[in-house]
Design a protein around this ligand. Structure first.
Ligand SMILES: [Zn+2]
Length: 251
């Protein structure tokens, strides 16, 4: 009786596996990289490729709304970071899908993808750090954030995929440390939106770590990044660039 129940259970598990098989592969140990299915590869490319054009347009809109040269520089930095993130991510996922046999090339794309995240975080904070009034200590974060992005990129260059937890902690530190400066700003309009965007990134990390447990986990992580970036873009546009009554009521 018991053997029969066990067999039935095994059969049920096998059936589930074949049903999910097309959409998700088996989980791999932390030291190895997960191999997405064809469907997952396509979803990984699409979920970030879709955002390349909107981010280019978004950066340009901020540039044309600029009132002075600092606004223009901030728009350039932010627009480049935003577009750069989606471009490098799409390139890497396309390489991982189509030319994974060229291990070295694929590895280089993966490193660029990881480095772009550091510069993306720095560029997301830049408009706030550059265009808002900051205290005598806090203002040093304007350049410190780029130093942090360079250190992070150098870490990727030398130790790529060697200590995955350190890599993740690097991103979390890069995201959290400038937030303390943002919280010290006198003008706090937009802080709420920044926090909401941040929550999307943090919750998304759960899926980033769920390859092989949740079908399309990496594509879902991409969507969380896209939503977080959209909320942050809205906040930058609304509180730092839109002229007229909207800006005046926020101040
Ligand atoms: Zn990705």
């Amino acid at each position: 009786m018991r053997a029969r129940t066990e067999n039935a259970h095994k059969h049920e598990m096998d059936l589930k596996k074949t049903k999910l098989g097309r959409f998700m592969n088996c989980r791999v140990p932390a030291s190895k990289r997960y191999q997405p299915t064809e469907y997952e590869h396509a979803a990984n490319c699409a979920t970030h490729g879709f955002w390349i054009l909107p981010s280019l347009l978004g950066g340009s809109v901020l540039y044309f709304l600029s009132m002075d040269q600092w606004h223009r520089v901030a728009a350039w930095l932010y627009g480049s970071g935003l577009t750069g993130l989606f471009v490098t991510s799409t390139l890497f996922h396309t390489a991982a899908w189509k030319i994974s046999h060229l291990r070295k090339v694929e590895q280089r794309f993966h490193m660029c993808d990881r480095m772009a995240i550091y510069f993306f975080i720095a560029s997301s904070y830049s408009p706030w750090l550059m265009l808002r009034e900051l205290g005598p200590w806090a203002c040093h974060m304007r350049w410190l954030i780029w130093v942090m992005a360079c250190i992070g990129s150098m870490y990727v260059f030398f130790f790529h995929e060697r200590y995955k937890l350190v890599e993740l902690l690097g991103y979390v530190a890069m995201g959290a440390v400038p937030a303390l400066v943002i919280l010290s700003m006198v003008d706090r309009a937009g802080v709420c939106e920044l926090a909401v965007g941040g929550v999307f990134y943090v919750v998304g990390v759960v899926f980033f770590k769920s390859d092989g447990l949740v079908p399309f986990a990496h594509a879902i992580w991409h969507l969380f990044v896209a939503v977080g970036a959209t909320v942050h873009y809205y906040a930058i546009w609304r509180y730092l660039y839109v002229p007229g009554p909207l800006l005046q009521t926020s101040r």
